[in-house]
Design a protein around this ligand. Sequence first.
Ligand code: NDP
Ligand code: MG
Length: 383
Amino acid sequence: MKPEAVVILGATGSIGVNALEVVAQHPERFRVLALSTHQQVDHLLRIAEIHKPALVAITGCTPDQEQMQAFAQLGIEVLQGSEALVRMAQELPYDLFVNAVVGAVGFLPTLAAVKRGKRVALANKEALVIGGSLVTAVARAAHADILPIDSEHSAIFQCLFGESPDAVEELILTGSGGPFRTFSPEEMRQVTVEQALRHPNWSMGKKITIDSATMMNKGLEIIEAHWLFAMPAEKIRVVIHPQSIIHSMVAFKDGSVKAQLGVPDMRVPIQLAMTWPQRLSSQFPRLDFTAMNNLTFSPPDDKKFPALGMAYAALQSGGTVPAVLNAANEAAVHLFLQGRIQYLRIAAVIAAALQKHVPDLHPDAEALLDADRWARQFVQQNH
Ligand code: NDP
Ligand code: MG
């Protein structure tokens, strides 16, 4: 079999690097066709030397002459600028499109890839939060598969395999509860960027790590699950499971529950998304049941983590509202990481943006992007 040509957007990030490790472990199966970075050009160069893509894209800075020469010597074409990701999705002859960029920038490339009927391994949950209705409708029409990389959604995807949709009672998304699960409201007022970046179980990019601390990550995942599995909001529940061993569950109408378990290691769901419906061998760590103390579960604290309620409400409202939720969150997280707003202001400014937004209930892609821009501007002016 000829190796599959793979494009990886966000190759220099946490998911991107792990996806490249999966590629490296299965050279007979995959070859890298193209990669992107936002600003880490030297990191991209090191990766390019190993994986020898035909093309790279640099979206967030201008490479210097020496870096351009290095790519030229490797025979690699370089695209630059914010349009590059959509062009890659539209024009390159790939078999598998791995979208591992962070944020709303992942939306249009995802839409372009599914429009071509391509297989998309999707880490970029923001694409589905913003435009899940559009992306899934286009994917259905073009017979494109969207394979979830997000560990919860990979778990649910696996639990649903071979089951009839009518047999499902609810989807149960597990979440660790993040670093502030046991904090008092007083302690929550004082949290620092450094504390918020210390996730108990997963090592990830900064934005999703902050989202995990506010539980907006779980909120975005509720919306992601809605679109991936065509489940209404009231059939998607969140359960706190601090050990992150059960990655999520599906409850069926006969009272049976299926769970998917594993060591918290993103390479497992990444590999599965890239190879589905096959399961390839891996050397990734195994669960040791004899060493596991106990697995605990509790309901989420909606008061302490208002992001969850906001996500449910945004999903119920539909239209441009989830795009506003997502963009306001991105802008607020950015301000928090820069030390310009307090942790508790993140949820407060998102709530303010949602309240002020006048929704368009049947948006096209352009209207979704307008709502995204509006929300970012609102947060800039009202934080
Ligand atoms: P990282 O921040 O580690 O990496 C993001 C990647 O996207 C980097 O290659 C980065 O380039 C690039 N990038 C950043 N901003 C832009 C931009 N404006 N335009 C184009 N490219 C950009 O993020 P993660 O790998 O942690 O997360 C990626 C996605 O996967 C997110 O949507 C996240 O929610 C999702 N996800 C991540 C998990 C994880 O374990 N990390 C788990 C589940 C889902 P550069 O390196 O130059 O900054
Ligand atoms: Mg997740």
